[in-house]
Design a protein around this ligand. Structure first.
Ligand SMILES: NC(=O)C1=CN([C@@H]2O[C@H](COP(=O)(O)OP(=O)(O)OC[C@H]3O[C@@H](n4cnc5c(N)ncnc54)[C@H](OP(=O)(O)O)[C@@H]3O)[C@@H](O)[C@H]2O)C=CC1
Ligand SMILES: O=C(O)C1=N[C@H](C(=O)O)C[C@H](O)C1
Length: 267
């Protein structure tokens, strides 16, 4: 039996890439393509969003109808959209893969509660490379624990609406935890004016936006006399979409709960 997958935010950059990826994925079936109620794409055929997708499948905002019989909803939208989808998925018992970023702590708590009823994979970055990088960062932070200033630099395309990226924040959380710190207490988001000398206990973030950059992240560990830089560069959104489909397959074999990509990849 094929895994029936619905895509939310189907007309977006990730939505279109996900449609292509699901169409090519063995044992997967594109079951629904969703957009919000104000979208100009409502009623359009899926083939308009990605070559090879069926003409018969139309973009819809009718969640309850479209999600009947669906196994998993893959959601790369906006926090408010994801939380609306979560409510319906909990009612219908449809699992979710959530790649959306920019959630507040309260919104993240709602996702965690959703894991009581359905399986949810929630990760700010679904590429294998970034998830490996998170492991490398944990190791680096434990070794470079004294005398190294930590700065996180990320660059994304001009259309990105949240900053710093969800991935940069997760990198900061991983490094802070490895050092026995809480990111909430030590993060510095940008600097301007007479800032004074750098506080060694801080983790700094710098955000660049421009052009069509898919997603670049560098964590710098800078000491007197040397500097270690750990970088990941995504050059195609397919890497995120393939991770999302892997997460969808994972959920089909696991009970309800909140998972992340580290669980999916077995790290
Ligand atoms: N976890 C990961 O691996 C990755 C995560 N992301 C994250 O995924 C999200 C989407 O990125 P991207 O595809 O580039 O963004 P886009 O803006 O291209 O796509 C978002 C889609 O969601 C739709 N949308 C907007 N608001 C709502 C809503 N309230 N309800 C339902 N749908 C809505 C948009 O419609 P409209 O255009 O009409 O507003 C659009 O079709 C971002 O948060 C991004 O950071 C991105 C890449 C990888
Ligand atoms: O908006 C994007 O494009 C991306 N967002 C994610 C993030 O905020 O970390 C992941 C990826 O870097 C692309």
């Amino acid at each position: 039996m094929s895994l029936k997958i619905a895509i939310a935010g189907a007309g977006g950059r990730m939505g279109r890439t996900l449609i292509e990826t699901v169409m090519q994925a063995e044992g997967c079936e594109l079951a629904a393509v969703l957009e919000h109620g104000g979208s100009a794409l409502l009623g359009s055929p899926a083939s308009l969003l990605a070559p090879g997708a069926p003409d018969t499948l139309k973009v819809t905002d009718q969640l309850t109808t479209a999600l009947q019989g669906v196994d998993v909803l893959i959601d790369f939208t906006r926090p408010e959209g994801t939380l609306h989808h979560l409510t319906v998925c909990r009612e219908l018992g449809v699992n979710m893969v959530v790649g959306t970023t920019g959630f507040s702590d309260e919104q993240k708590q709602l996702l965690a509660e959703g894991g009581r009823d359905i399986g949810i994979v929630f990760a700010p970055n679904m590429s294998v490379g970034v998830n490996l990088t998170l492991k490398l960062l944990e190791m680096a932070a434990k070794v470079l624990d004294t005398g190294y200033d930590i700065e996180i630099v990320e660059m994304h395309h001009r259309h990105k609406v949240d900053a710093p990226s969800g991935t940069a924040l997760r990198m900061g959380e991983v490094v802070a935890k490895a050092l026995g710190r809480d990111l909430k207490d030590c993060a510095v988001y940008g600097r301007e004016g007479v800032t004074g000398e750098r506080d060694p206990s801080t983790i700094g973030f710098a955000t660049l936006r421009g052009g069509d950059v898919v997603g670049d992240h560098t964590v710098v560990f800078a000491a007197m006399g040397e500097r270690v830089e750990i970088t990941h560069k995504a050059s195609s959104r397919a890497t995120f979409a393939q991770g999302a489909v892997r997460a969808a397959r994972f959920l089909a074999e696991h009970p309800a709960g909140l998972y992340d990509m580290q669980d999916v990849l077995g790290f």
